[in-house]
Design a protein around this ligand. Structure first.
Ligand code: ADP
Ligand code: ZN
Length: 763
């Protein structure tokens, strides 16, 4: 008797998120991880599925267990979709772990591990069609047979194609032949029909167009870099450990990563390197491409469907041994991982904001353990949590205390914008910044200006009554986009015409406040009409190539100024940038979140790090209304350790993470009245469940338990309420989280609740 197998069907629904048994028809090659087509449900609809287990079927015995369905009742698989298993055993194991840890559907976890386009066969591998001579030894006779009595070819195209192949002597792709002999498609078919040529084909991989902006420098590691690489190599030999590489901006962390990867490859193993989506610039990727050539595969959101599919397959088929990518690259289908690197480990984008809401660092840590590989976290501004773990010995701390070649860190000047105002300057640039910008131009150097808002003005309000123009569907002020000449909601994209009178009081005293990238660009143009300014934000970077083009333009020195949002804060290494300006440092401080100090410090440090990365020293100007704020003061001193000590103390006092953990359950509905009532009832029941599970002792673990409207109460027409729970980190923490997830799962059908552990934003 043949095999049976267990399949999870590719339908994201709790009711069918389990294994179904099928018979493997004789002669069908099925493996764990195979992508298969199965008949499903009473109507036997064709569905895709993933094979999770393969079993040798047992002969039915006379006294077989009544409770077991007899194998005869099973349906057979219809077919196998790809010839190789698309999931590895480790990925399946990981999916089970995610199902348990994030309380998600198994199929949702599995879907993360394969390119979306593979499901439903939306992309196919690309085959380059080729032709070659069928009988090269008869070529002269064949050519002769194409001539008429007068010695002229009867079909000139056929003759030409045959001659081309003769001259080449090898197999040629059809597209090459068409380039030599235009419009020869039917001639080619005719020659194949005659039996003069045979067709063939090769699978080709569509690769993203990567080119390094700057040539790869061969550098000799300095002592600090060397000892970091040694420590990583030792951890690779020991097959375990988490290391935190703390190095100031420009200290050569990327070189450390690349050397560590070289050691990993030399040991015959593979490496995964995660970088934030935002710093997956052509620059970073190009550097890795230069160093590891086609040994790398790149995974990020700006790839075309075909490229993504092919990069994934190059990894799966073992052609690429280094995967470089954003968050989701942590699922790269590798089978022999020797090192996982997470660059800029403090970045919020490592936390997924869509179901399943996984943390890429947690997944990386699990995968590293699976393979016996160390995990290397790196940052100039480690997250408080990671640094805390390094200090308490859970992670091994590696430090690169200075910039390479003893280059100085840039001098940071803080400008108090209140004083500027009192001195009569109400422009965007302080006197100092304007002066430095002009010096920069004079010296043929470049400057970057950072502002974390796009658009022209960030809110529009009435001077008479104070009314702020909001989106009709969201609780958020609308941004003025001067280029489009209208207002736009940054949540839902809704637009409104510019108001001429106040929509509330009807008076014509409309005023625009708050600076965005467009306004900075305009101010630069007014001040320096002859200089070229580039603006980089999500409005100007629409396609996958525009970012590369713009960075290329800047790298070649064809523009003097680069204005941008977060997009310009990270990863860029432009040797000629000697001035960095932070136009308004306060906007991130204002965000009501316990992490806003930490985030502002990180952002300022990163932005400042773009200056003076080459021989010429750098200068940084931070404009702010709160010059005394610790985030700004410590960033000026480039003093991570003092910042850490200060901020940890604050967190300890308020029992904020890392001493506690937030869980937020978000609800949304169009009807506020019922939502309010339902969330209140939900909160009461959940509290009972928690009390029961945690017991008397656990009561003190719950530091905060509130049910209320979310800070942004309305988003895209829906009302939003939340239950916010702050839990002390004790041994009972995971039971508490389990209880919350289980409760949400059990009440899934009554009210849509989204559970977020350690949410990245609490708005
Ligand atoms: P980080 O990632 O820490 O900000 P990078 O790795 O980008 O720093 O290094 C900054 C610059 O210094 C890069 O241009 C890099 O090529 C160069 N660099 C790195 N290590 C060395 C070294 N040992 N000697 C000389 N230049 C180096
Ligand atoms: Zn809106």
């Amino acid at each position: 008797m043949g095999q049976t197998c267990e399949v999870i069907v590719d339908i994201a629904h709790a009711n069918v998120d389990r294994l179904y048994s099928y018979i493997v028809p004789d002669g069908m090659l099925v493996f764990v991880g195979s992508h298969v087509l199965v008949p499903f449900g009473s109507g036997n609809r064709q569905r895709e599925g993933f094979v999770i287990r393969v079993m040798e079927a047992v002969e039915p015995t006379a006294d077989h267990d009544e409770n077991q369905p007899s194998p005869v009742a099973l349906k057979p698989l219809l077919r196998v979709i790809e010839p190789y298993p698309i999931l590895t055993p480790e990925q399946i194991e990981l999916a089970y772990w995610m199902q348990k840890s994030y309380y998600c559907l198994l199929v949702d976890a599995l879907r993360l591990m394969i390119p979306a386009q593979l499901r439903g066969s939306k992309v196919k591998e690309r085959i380059d069609k080729t032709i070659q001579l069928a009988k090269p030894e008869e070529i002269e006779d064949q050519l002769h047979s194409l001539l008429d009595k007068s010695g002229k070819p009867r079909s000139p195209k056929q003759y030409e194609v045959l001659e081309t192949l003769k001259a080449c002597g090898l197999e040629m792709t059809v597209s090459d032949v068409l380039a030599y002999v235009p419009e020869s498609r039917s001639a080619i078919s005719a020659l194949v029909k005659r039996g003069y040529m045979v067709e063939g084909g090769h699978v080709t991989f569509r690769r993203p167009n990567i080119s390094a902006l700057l040539p790869d420098k061969q550098v000799t590691l300095n002592d600090a870099q060397k000892s970091a690489v040694d420590a990583i190599t030792r951890a690779m030999e020991a097959k375990s450990g988490t290391l935190l590489l703390h190095g100031v901006t420009g200290s050569g962390k990327t070189e450390v990563y690349m050397h560590a990867i070289e050691h990993c490859l030399a040991a015959g193993r593979q490496a995964i390197m995660l970088v934030p989506e935002i710093s997956l610039t052509p620059q970073t990727v190009g550097l890795f491409q230069e160093r590891f050539s086609d040994g790398i595969a790149v995974l990020h959101s700006r790839l075309s469907a075909g490229e993504r599919f092919d990069e994934w397959r190059r990894i799966r088929l073992g052609k690429a041994r280094v995967a470089v990518g954003a968050r989701s690259a942590v699922f790269a289908p590798m089978q022999n991982v020797g090192l996982i690197i997470v660059d800029e480990e403090h970045e919020g984008s490592y936390q997924s904001e869509t179901v399943p809401r996984y943390g890429a660092l947690d997944v990386a840590s699990y995968r590293a353990k699976q393979f016996g590989a160390p995990m290397l976290l790196g940052s100039a501004t480690p997250s408080l949590l990671s640094y805390y773990r390094a200090r308490s010995g859970r992670y091994q701390l590696l430090e690169l205390p200075g910039r390479v070649q003893n280059r100085p860190l840039p001098v940071v000047e803080i400008i108090d914008m209140r004083q500027e105002f009192q001195a009569g300057n109400n422009g965007i640039f302080s006197g100092k910044l304007a002066q430095y910008l002009s010096e920069c131009l004079k010296n043929s150097q470049q400057a970057m200006l950072f502002i974390n808002r796009r658009g022209y003005s960030t809110f529009v309000s009435c001077r008479n009554c104070g009314h702020v123009v909001q989106c009709d569907d969201c609780d958020i002020s609308m941004t003025h986009h001067k280029g489009e000449n209208r207002l736009r909601c940054h949540f839902c994209g809704a637009v409104k015409p510019l108001p001429t009178v106040c929509p509330a009081c009807g008076k014509p005293f409309i005023k625009y406040f708050g600076i965005g990238t467009e306004q900075v660009e305009e101010a630069l143009h007014d001040l320096f009409p002859s200089a070229v300014t580039l603006r980089m934000d999500t409005d100007t970077i629409r396609t996958k190539d525009t970012m590369q083009q713009m960075l290329g333009t800047f790298a070649r020195g064809e523009a003097q100024f680069l204005v941008g949002t977060q997009m310009i804060a990270k990863g860029h290494d432009f040797p000629n940038v000697t001035l960095v300006g932070v136009v308004a440092a306060d906007s991130t401080l204002m965000i009501p979140d316990y992490r806003s100090t930490e985030r502002t410090f990180q952002l300022l440090t990163q932005v400042a790090g773009r200056a003076g990365r080459d021989e010429s020293p750098g200068r940084v100007v931070i404009q702010t209304y709160s010059p005394a704020h610790p985030a700004i003061r410590y960033a000026r001193e480039h003093d991570y350790k003092s910042f850490y000590a200060y901020e940890l103390e604050q967190r300890k006092k308020a029992v904020f993470p890392p001493f506690s953990l937030f869980v937020r359950i978000l609800f949304s509905s169009d009807n506020e009245t019922t939502l309010h009532a339902e969330v209140t009832a939900y909160a009461e029941q959940l509290k009972l469940a928690l009390d029961e599970r945690l017991g008397k002792e656990g009561e003190r673990d719950i530091l905060l338990y509130s049910a209320s409207p979310a800070p942004i109460k309305r988003k895209q027409r829906a009302y939003r309420y939340q239950i916010l729970i702050k839990l002390l980190r004790t041994a009972r923490l995971s039971s508490a989280i389990q209880t919350i997830y289980t409760f949400a799962g059990d009440h899934r059908n009554e009210l849509f609740a989204m559970v977020e552990v350690n949410p990245q934003d609490m708005l």
